[in-house]
Design a binder for this molecule. Structure first.
Ligand code: C2E
Ligand code: CA
Ligand code: CA
Ligand code: CA
Length: 278
């Protein structure tokens, strides 16, 4: 009967209204989601290509809503951003990820490094650096085992971004520029930022098999990273051919379905037991 009621509602609604309604609904549900424990973190392995071994994980949030089902991050992160709900959610993500690292260790699983995505609203919160610093000391995670992932577009305000990045860096954490190649940041500024890694966006990796021009684009992006003196991580690696190609380009790390999908905390333990060396 419940299902029927929903269908009836949609039937009388206009497309626009449904859209507006669902965004509002998402927003309302999002406000309750933290208290209701509806978020869960998944962890995707990142492989070190020079040593042929597991080097860490990227934390990816999942929202399991009781009746909307699994809402993908691409759908709710932008709403969490606009409404500012991302701030408490982001703090929860960081704390949970750091606690998880320690918890794995207590169960005999050493995860060298954990990456956490930071969104723009969070990045420009005045409390960002002290929040991270507090979580590190509270959980006992060594700063060099945490990597903060930000995107190129977040550094548009070069002066402010630079200050935040240097403050973060002085904590001792690693900084990674995500989705590299898709933004419009000026390379000369990137050079002045204290960055450790560039993650080449998966759209470029996907194109590797397409042909010579696409290979040239990936080659250019990776060598741009190397010219900036940075380690390059390839994301979205799905095939052996892509792996072979990025190895030739001397990417230092890779992440993608070829190695593993994002895993639950328990599945990561299984993954590590099965394949300590790829
Ligand atoms: P991202 O940071 O670029 O994350 C990589 C996305 O690629 C993830 O999607 C991951 O599941 C997916 N992926 C990994 N390997 C492969 C592959 O081999 N092939 C393909 N086709 N996809 C692959 P996901 O988890 O849906 O996240 C989407 C985006 O949502 C993320 O992009 C990130 O921008 C955002 N996001 C996810 N979790 C968080 C979070 O905890 N905090 C924040 N602020 N944003 C997050
Ligand atoms: Ca990321
Ligand atoms: Ca990415
Ligand atoms: Ca992305």
């Amino acid at each position: 009967a419940k299902k029927e009621g929903r269908n009836n509602f949609q039937f009388f609604d206009t497309t626009l209204d449904i859209k507006a309604h669902s965004i509002l609904e998402l927003e309302n549900e999002l406000r309750k989601a933290l208290d209701r424990n509806e978020f869960i973190l998944h962890y995707q392995p990142i492989m070190d290509l020079s040593r042929n071994q597991f080097s860490g994980v990227e934390t990816l949030i999942r929202w399991e809503h009781p009746f909307m089902g699994r809402v993908p991050p691409d759908k709710f992160i932008p709403i969490a951003e606009e409404t500012g709900i991302i701030v408490p959610i982001g703090e929860w993500i960081l704390r949970t990820a750091c606690q998880q690292l320690i918890s794995w260790e207590k169960r005999g699983c050493y995860v060298p490094n954990i990456s956490v995505n930071i969104s723009i609203r969070q990045f420009y919160q005045p409390q960002l650096v002290s929040m991270i610093s507090n979580i590190l000391s509270e959980t006992g995670v060594a700063p060099e085992r945490l990597t903060i992932e930000i995107t190129e577009s977040m550094t548009m305000d070069v002066k402010s971004a630079s200050k935040i990045l240097f403050d973060l860096k002085s904590l001792g954490v690693n900084i990674s520029i995500d989705d590299f190649g898709t933004g419009y940041s000026s390379l000369s500024y990137l050079k002045t930022f204290p960055i450790d890694f560039l993650k080449v966006d998966q759209s470029f990796i996907r194109d590797i098999e397409k042909g010579k021009d696409d290979k040239n684009i990936v080659t250019t992006i990776v060598s741009m990273g190397h010219n900036l003196g940075l380690s390059v991580i390839a994301e979205g690696v799905e095939t052996e051919e892509q792996l072979k190609f990025i190895r030739q380009l001397r990417c230092s790390k890779a992440q993608g379905y070829l190695f593993s999908k994002p895993l639950t905390e328990q599945d990561l333990i299984q993954f590590l037991k099965k394949s300590s060396v790829y």
